[in-house]
Write a protein that binds this ligand. Structure first.
Ligand code: NAP
Length: 247
């Protein structure tokens, strides 16, 4: 059983999730680095966590698959005896205009980005209730609040995640479990790499800070919400977007 604090970060093999896992890393912390399809990059995250003095443990599971989520958290809780922090970060995009969107594109995004967060949270919450301690941080998006043409599935999932956050924050706060969301703006990761240069330039013009965000910008907010010091903050959405939208 771990004497340390234990944090699970979903989708920590790359991008924002990697930034969060590394920023959470410190001596006295076990960081569970979840990934699905990218074992090599997940190893790189683990090495970066270790370089900061944290202990990293790789766990492959598909957050959209109820059985594998249940199995993974059962094993994590059995091994470490506790989970203090859950960051629901893993997410995908399958962009299309409404008129062209396939039901499969809708389902895939909702299953991963919204149902996946529900499954992971439900799998961990009984342990947090027993501990009388927990910090849950959900990574939503600016488009979950303002919408975005071509992303009705993604923005619906991210808006749903905000409703989920606010509801369970009310259910859990009396047991010293806080639930908050961080809403990134436009962040340089694999997810945004595919954008054509014209779309990138037009997005940049909407950011008063004059630059894209980095995974570290998002991780700083997550680390704060995941800390003991943030114990009186719950049900909130922190926007980290360089002034693109002020919620
Ligand atoms: P990314 O670079 O594409 O990385 C996505 C991560 O999610 C990867 O580690 C991937 O792991 C994991 N993942 C995807 N499906 C999974 C599944 N079914 N089970 C487990 N892990 C899964 O994306 P990102 O930009 O870092 O985005 C991270 C989060 O921030 C997402 O929720 C995204 O919606 C949100 N966000 C991003 C931006 C942005 O501008 N980048 C803006 C707002 C919000 P594998 O490769 O191992 O499958």
């Amino acid at each position: 059983m771990s004497e340390k604090r234990v944090a699970v970060v979903t989708g920590a093999s790359r991008g924002i999730g990697r930034g969060i896992a590394v920023a959470l890393a410190r001596p006295g912390y076990d960081i569970i680095v979840n990934y699905n399809a990218s074992p090599g990059p997940a190893e790189e995250t683990a090495a970066a966590v270790a370089a900061r003095g944290g202990s990293a443990h790789l766990h492959r599971f598909n957050i959209a698959d109820a059985d594998s989520v249940k199995e993974a958290f059962k094993e994590i809780i059995k091994t470490y005896g506790r989970v203090d922090v859950l960051v629901n970060n893993a997410g995908i995009a399958r962009d299309n205009l409404l008129v062209l969107m396939k039901a499969s594109e809708w389902d895939e995004v909702l299953d991963t980005n919204l149902r996946g967060a529900f499954l992971c949270t439900q799998a961990v919450v009984k342990q947090m209730l027993r501990q009388r301690y927990g910090r849950i941080v959900n990574v939503t998006s600016v488009v979950g609040v303002i919408g975005n043409a071509g992303q009705c599935n993604y923005s619906a999932a991210k808006a749903g995640l905000i409703g989920f956050t606010r509801s369970i924050a009310r259910e859990l706060v009396s047991r010293n479990i806080t639930v908050n969301a961080v809403a990134p703006g436009f962040i340089e990761t694999d997810m945004t790499l595919a954008l054509p240069e014209t779309a990138r330039q037009s997005l940049l013009q909407q950011i008063p800070a004059g630059r894209c965000g980095t995974p570290e910008d998002i991780a700083a907010a997550v680390v704060f919400l995941a800390s003991e010091a943030a114990g009186y903050i719950t049900g909130q959405v922190i926007h980290v977007n360089g002034g693109m939208f002020m919620g």
